[in-house]
Ligand binder design. Structure first.
Ligand SMILES: Nc1ncnc2c1ncn2[C@@H]1O[C@H](COP(=O)(O)OP(=O)(O)OP(=O)(O)O)[C@@H](O)[C@H]1O
Ligand SMILES: [Mg+2]
Length: 278
C-alpha cells in the first residue's frame, strides 16, 4: 500500500497479503421508491484490515447505514460480495457487532443485563455473562451503575454501556453507526477520547460512520469519503498521525490541512448532488 505524500491519499488496491478482515467488493444496491428503482450504492469497494479503525464519511442519504445493514445481513446486495475472513457473508446475520446511533438498550433490563445479552445469546450461562458484563462495565467507568436502568444514566454513560455491550459481543468486527451523534459537544469529546483509549487497548477491527470530519481524523487509521447517491467512493485517505493520540493533535497544521481537504471534498459531493436535483 503506497502513501502518496503527506496528504494521506492512497491510490492502490490492497494485495492479498494485506491482512484484509472485511471487504466490500463492487456493491450495488437499489431501492424501489414511488414505483422507480433508485440506485443508492453504485459499485462500492472498500476494505478494513485486521485491527484497523476505518471511518466512512459521506453526505446524508449516501447509503452509509445501508452498508451496515448489508453487512449485518438485513439487506442483500443486488450485485457484489461482502467478504469477512475471505468468505462471502452477504445475507448472513450475527457475524459482526453493531452499535446504532441511539444506544438501543432494553429499558426494562438493568445496565449489566443489557451488556450481558450478547454473551447470553452466544450461549454463555447467565451468571458468567453477568459477571463478565459487570467487570467490563467497571473498566468502562460505570462502576456503581451496573444495576441501574438505562434511563437512570446520562446520554454519554448509556453510549459507554452500549459500547461495552458491542465489545462483549465478541465478534471480530465492530460497526459503529454515528454512535456519538446525539451527544452534546463536550460529552462527545469525552466519548471520543474514551473510545480511542479503549480501542488502543483492544485493537478490534472497527468500521465507523460519522458526519464529523474531525472525529474521523482523530479516531481512524484510514477513511473513505463517499459521493452523494448513486454513491461511489470518492477518495480513500490514510490518516498519518501516530498513536496514542490526544486532542492536541487537532491543533497541528497537518491535521488542519487534512480537515480542509476533506471539507472541500464533502462540499463538492453535496454541490454535485444539488446540481443533479436542479
Ligand atoms: N428500505 C428502504 N427502502 C427504500 N429506500 C431506502 C431504504 N433504506 C434506505 N433507503 C434509501 O437509501 C438512501 C440511503 O439511506 P441511508 O440511511 O443508508 O443513508 P445514510 O448515508 O446512512 O444517511 P444519514 O447520514 O442521514 O444517516 C436514502 O435515500 C434512503 O431513502
Ligand atoms: Mg445513516
Amino acid at each position: 500500500m503506497k502513501n502518496t505524500q503527506n496528504t494521506g491519499e492512497v491510490n492502490e488496491t490492497p494485495s492479498s497479503s494485506d491482512n484484509i478482515k472485511l471487504q466490500f467488493e463492487d456493491i450495488v444496491k437499489s431501492f424501489r421508491e414511488d414505483g422507480n428503482d433508485t440506485r443508492v450504492l453504485d459499485g462500492i469497494d472498500l476494505h478494513v484490515r485486521e485491527g484497523e479503525f476505518v471511518s466512512i464519511l459521506g453526505p446524508s442519504g449516501s447509503g452509509k447505514s445501508t452498508l451496515f445493514l448489508l453487512l449485518g445481513g438485513l439487506y442483500r446486495p443486488d450485485h457484489g460480495r461482502i467478504m469477512l475472513d475471505g468468505r462471502d457473508i452477504a445475507g448472513k446475520r450475527g457475524l459482526v457487532s453493531y452499535m446504532p446511533q441511539d444506544s438501543a438498550m432494553f429499558p426494562w433490563r438493568t445496565v449489566e443485563q443489557n451488556a450481558a445479552l450478547p454473551l447470553q445469546l452466544d450461549g454463555v450461562p447467565a451468571r458468567t455473562a453477568l459477571s463478565m458484563a459487570r467487570s467490563a462495565l467497571q473498566k468502562a467507568g460505570l462502576e456503581g451503575y451496573e444495576r441501574s436502568l438505562p434511563h437512570q444514566l446520562s446520554g454519554g454513560m448509556q453510549q459507554r454501556a452500549a459500547f461495552v455491550r458491542a465489545l462483549l459481543g465478541r465478534r471480530d468486527v465492530m460497526c459503529l453507526d454515528e454512535p456519538f451523534a446525539a451527544l452534546d459537544a463536550l460529552t462527545r469529546q469525552e466519548m471520543q477520547h474514551w473510545l480511542l483509549n479503549q480501542w488502543e487497548q483492544e485493537r478490534r477491527t472497527v468500521l465507523f460512520v460519522t458526519h464529523s470530519i474531525e472525529e474521523a481524523l482523530y479516531l481512524s487509521d484510514r477513511l473513505y469519503v463517499l459521493s452523494a447517491k448513486p454513491t461511489q467512493v470518492l477518495q480513500e485517505i490514510a490518516v498519518p498521525f501516530p498513536r496514542p493520540r490526544d486532542r492536541r493533535l487537532l491543533l497541528e497544521p497537518q491535521f488542519a490541512a487534512l480537515r480542509g481537504q476533506l471539507y472541500e471534498l464533502l462540499l463538492s459531493a453535496k454541490e454535485e448532488e444539488g446540481a443533479r436535483h436542479d
